[in-house]
Design a protein around this ligand. Structure first.
Ligand SMILES: C[S@@+](CC[C@H](N)C(=O)[O-])C[C@H]1O[C@@H](n2cnc3c(N)ncnc32)[C@H](O)[C@@H]1O
Length: 185
């Protein structure tokens, strides 16, 4: 994923050269937009596309999470940050990880008003989750398979993974209703 970030940066750095070469404005704008989209496109293919959880479902997931003051919460691919902001309102210290630049910037700006929220421009596969009490996710089938293989074994006992829509392939949920699944380590 970080390679995608550098590819985007590289394309962006090339822009002045294209102006020098006489590319017209439309092509330059297209090029800059392409450069900014590369990490998001990579995240879309390798993780999940940006599709926000509905407000109604955010409320349900937060209710089910039963967040206690000071708990550490992560959202894997936080999008516009709606879940981490809702979790912070319940007293959590919340971290949102995101690679798609437009939504990352949007969440980062909103986080200025939420002292308990940190929004990181980071590939969620590279984060350490040993301090996580609750992990929220809304990903894809193949991403959940990788999550079970790579992240689940690193979680501390009692940590809850709360997934919108998708299942961990071979772990039995402790809650499973209306498309929301909770897995307790
Ligand atoms: C379906 S959206 C969910 C957004 C948010 N969690 C919500 O429920 O509203 C998935 C998000 O994960 C992000 N994403 C996918 N792979 C990622 C990765 N490896 N690291 C960080 N973000 C990633 C995408 O850019 C997208 O915004």
């Amino acid at each position: 994923m970080i390679e995608a970030f550098y590819l985007g940066l590289y394309l962006l750095i090339l822009s002045p050269l294209l102006i020098y070469m006489g590319w017209d404005d439309g092509m330059i704008i297209f090029w800059v937009l392409l450069a900014l989209s590369v990490p998001g496109l990579y995240a879309m293919v390798k993780g999940a596309p940006f599709l926000p959880t509905t407000r109604k479902r955010v409320k349900q997931m937060i209710k089910i999470a039963k967040i206690k003051e000071g708990q550490k919460v992560y959202d894997l691919g936080c999008g516009d940050g709606r879940i981490v902001f809702a979790a912070a309102k319940e007293g959590a210290t919340a971290v949102g990880l995101e690679l798609s630049i437009p939504v990352y910037i949007w969440a980062k700006v909103k986080a200025l008003f939420y002292p308990k929220v940190t929004i990181k421009y980071r590939d969620f596969w590279t984060q350490n989750y040993q301090d996580a009490d609750i992990i929220f996710c809304f990903l894809l089938v193949q991403t959940m398979e990788k999550l079970e293989k790579d992240i689940w074994p690193t979680l501390k006992p009692g940590c809850k993974v709360i997934s919108n829509s998708f299942r961990l392939p071979s772990i039995k949920p402790t809650y499973d209703k209306d498309g929301i699944r909770v897995y307790t380590k």
